[in-house]
Design a binder for this molecule. Structure first.
Ligand SMILES: Cc1ncc(COP(=O)(O)O)c(C=O)c1O
Length: 178
């Protein structure tokens, strides 16, 4: 078998605190099953966000030292803008420090009373930013997606059964392909 190693050296490491399954269950219970009420120190693998949580390369750290911190007209911004324009082909680039800040700006512009914003499943901050503008955040996830605990072939059976039941309830004959 081919051995694949990471194509980089890890220069710094941060220790993490290991918890047991029982401790995690207890901590979750105490937090009212609200992950925002957990202390980060108690979280072994944090999947709440991926923004800014991974290791930075030596070039990124070095880039910080070369950054132009001017309050306005920073040359770092123009360099960033050029690169992002080249990659995306977009005309206007507005950098934000976080995903939730981008959403705040976006839904301030496209949200509002009487608007519906569809998604497969809204991320928590996305939903909050949409609802803050009085627009409605609509999740369009199908029934199968709501049951990740069921293995795929079982899910197909489960869903076809439920589709038949709900079709019968509606008094309609519908053919489904799952
Ligand atoms: C749609 C969406 N909004 C917000 C976030 C959160 O990003 P941030 O932690 O940078 O606010 C993420 C990713 O984690 C995301 O996918």
């Amino acid at each position: 078998m081919k051995t694949i190693i990471e194509p980089f050296k890890i220069k710094s490491v941060e220790p993490i605190r290991f918890t047991t399954r029982e401790e995690r269950s207890e901590l979750l219970k105490k937090a009212g099953y609200n992950t925002f009420m957990l202390h980060a120190d108690d979280v072994l693998i944090d999947l709440l966000t991926d923004s800014g949580t991974s290791a930075m390369s030596s070039m990124q750290w070095a880039g910080i030292m070369q950054g132009d911190e001017s309050y306005a007209g920073s040359k770092s911004f123009y360099r960033f803008e050029d690169v992002v324009k080249k990659i995306t082909g977009l005309k206007y680039i507005i950098p934000t420090h976080q995903g939730r800040a981008s959403e705040k700006i976006l839904f301030f512009v496209v949200g509002g009373e009487g608007k519906y914003i569809p998604n497969n499943t809204h991320f928590d901050t996305t939903r909050a930013n949409i609802e803050f503008t009085n627009a409605e955040a609509v999740d369009l996830l199908n029934e199968e997606g709501k049951h990740p605990e069921i293995r795929r072939h079982l899910r197909v059976i489960w869903i076809s059964k439920n589709l038949r039941v709900s079709s019968r309830k509606k008094g309609k004959k519908i053919s489904h392909s799952v």
